[in-house]
Design a protein around this ligand. Structure first.
Ligand code: COA
Length: 327
């Protein structure tokens, strides 16, 4: 049989992360609201989260994470062609967080835009970057998730304010010609169901100043959908690539809740030691959670070149999806 010709793929060549300096433990929260470390830990696995100081905005944190990803890849900022930022908590309605990051890191040749898909923002961003790279539009793309949910939490609502944290993660993708079994993004699958918008949303934004702009959630409903939809997203990614679940080396899930993470890991038949978990230390950082977790596991040497990594997320919208990646 003739050797197959090389494919143009988006290959991950660097990761970076930024977490705000201030750590808030469950006990810290319990001093201000009617909750307890036991309740939060048992239901979610969360033990602490980082909360941003006023200067630690989505743009500031995203720029820090982007710089780290560029440094890890050994790539200069002016080589970057595009910056995509998944965020629901931008510094301004416009200009986008992406152009603030472009200026901060001096990515003088890059265009950039923000992408609003709540907790699925990073997966959506990867998918867009992948398409742009495969189409030959750009060669190097920074995909960033950066969020300051502490600014949209309602601290009168103990059912939501204990669940979220702030932070940013970034990856640098580079176009490369690779063999079919070589590195790169193998697939992305995106989904949305706007009929479920009412179970997880922010009640307001600059276009609706008549509402306070707080996160609102029906936790039980989100939980019910999360397990079903994420399990089907995982099956879809495997089927599209003709893979059995034991081919997956690592699951890097969106970090919303330990019980949801364990449920999807079980569905895949993956032992817990092959699932990357940061929710205990970061809580739910929305679009930032996957790149933060991915960075941690790449930086500490758990995820190694050649390994297959499955990413999945679900968030407000509802939006959900997956990305399958070979390092
Ligand atoms: N501390 C202490 N008690 C709390 C509490 C808190 N922080 N938050 C809620 N409670 C109480 C409720 O008031 C309720 O008390 P009641 O029975 O006296 O009325 C009780 O705990 C149970 O509340 P409920 O909301 O039914 O809890 P739950 O078992 O469904 O767990 C979540 C709540 C949020 C942990 C769970 O629904 C969940 O994880 N959902 C998914 C959320 C998620 O991942 N969202 C992000 C997706 S991107």
């Amino acid at each position: 049989m003739a050797e197959s010709s090389p494919l143009r793929r988006a290959v991950l060549i660097g990761t970076g992360a930024y977490l705000p300096e201030t750590i808030v433990t469950n006990d810290d929260l319990a001093q201000k609201i009617d909750t307890s470390d036991a309740w939060i830990t048992e239901r979610t696995g969360i033990r602490q989260r980082h909360f941003a100081a006023p200067y630690e905005t989505a743009a500031y944190m995203g720029a820090q994470a982007a710089r780290a990803a560029l440094q890890a890849a050994g790539v200069a900022a002016d080589e970057v062609g595009a910056i995509i930022v998944g965020t629901s908590t931008p510094d301004q309605a416009f200009p986008s967080t992406a152009v603030h990051i472009q200026a901060a890191i001096s990515a003088t040749k890059a265009f950039g835009f923000d992408l609003a898909a709540a907790c699925s923002g990073f997966i959506y961003g990867l998918s867009v970057a992948d398409a742009m790279i495969r189409a030959g539009q750009v060669d190097k793309v920074l995909v960033i998730g950066s969020e300051v949910y502490s600014r949209i939490l309602n601290f009168e609502d103990r059912g939501t304010c204990v669940l979220f944290g702030d932070g940013a993660g970034a990856v640098l993708l580079q176009a490369r010609e690779v063999a079919a079994d070589g590195p790169g993004l193998l697939s992305t699958h995106l989904h949305a169901d706007g009929t479920q918008a009412g179970i997880l949303y922010v009640d307001g934004a600059v276009g609706r100043r008549d509402m306070p702009g707080h996160l609102v959630m029906n936790g039980r409903e989100v939980f019910r959908h999360a397990v079903t939809l994420l399990s089907s997203a995982v099956s879809e990614a495997l089927a599209a690539n003709g893979l059995a679940s034991d081919a997956i080396d690592w699951l890097v899930p969106h970090q919303a809740n330990r019980r949801i993470i364990d449920g999807v890991g079980k569905k895949l038949g993956l032992p817990p030691e092959r699932v990357v978990v940061t929710v205990d230390r970061h809580a739910n950082t929305s679009a930032a959670s996957i790149p933060l977790a991915l960075h941690e596991a790449v930086a500490d040497g758990r995820i190694r070149p050649g390994q297959l990594v499955l990413l999945e997320a679900l968030g407000g919208g509802l939006t959900w999806g997956s990305a399958l990646l070979r390092l």
